[in-house]
Ligand binder design. Sequence first.
Ligand code: PAN
Ligand code: ZN
Length: 190
Amino acid sequence: MDIPFTFTVPLPTAVPTRADKHLERRLSALKGQFLDTERYQAMLAEEDRLVYEVYEIHRPEVPGELLLGISVVHPGQVGQEFFMTKGHFHTVLDTAEIYYVLKGEGFMVMETPEGACSVEALTPGKVLYVPPRWGHRSVCTARQDDLVTLFIYPANAGHDYGTIEQQGFRKLVIEGAAGIEVIDNPRWKQ
Ligand code: PAN
Ligand code: ZN
C-alpha cells in the first residue's frame, strides 16, 4: 500500500532528506554539447569536473504517477558557455513538467520540434511550467552558487536525449562581452 510521504530540502546545502537515486553528470557525459570543443577537450584532459547532480524519488513509471526530485547545476564554464544539463525531450512528447527554483541563478532553454523556442530566466521562488512538446535544458549562470530546482513530471514521460545530442538546442547561453547573452547556436541546422 502506498503511504503519503514528505521530505525536505534544507537550504543552503539543498540536499534533499530523501532520495532513491543520486546521479552525477560530469563533463565527459556532455560530449559534443559545448560549442568550444577545443576548450572542452583541454578541460576534460585536466579533470572530469562535476557539472550537475540529480536526486530522484522513485515511483512506478505509469500514467497517474509523478516523478520528482532535485536538480543541482554547478557553476562553471566551457569557454564562454555556462555549465548546463544535457537537456532532453520527453519520449512521450505530450507530457509537461514543472520546475520550482529553490536557489541560484540561471536559465531554462526550451524548444519544440515544430521550431518554437523560449529561454526563461530562473531566479529563486520562480515557478516554470514547461508545456508538453517543449525540450528543456537548465543552465547555471551564477559565478559561485549552484542552480537548484525541484522538478515534477508525469512518471510515464521517459527521456529522449538523442535528438538534442545531435545538434544541441537552437539557443545557447554564453558569457559575452556585455555580460550574459542568449545567442543562436551556430551548429544548429534547419
Ligand atoms: C529533470 C532533468 C534533470 C537533469 O529531472 O532530468 O534536471 O537533466 P537531464 O535529464 O537533461 O540530464 C527533468 O527534466 N526530467 O524530465
Ligand atoms: Zn524533463
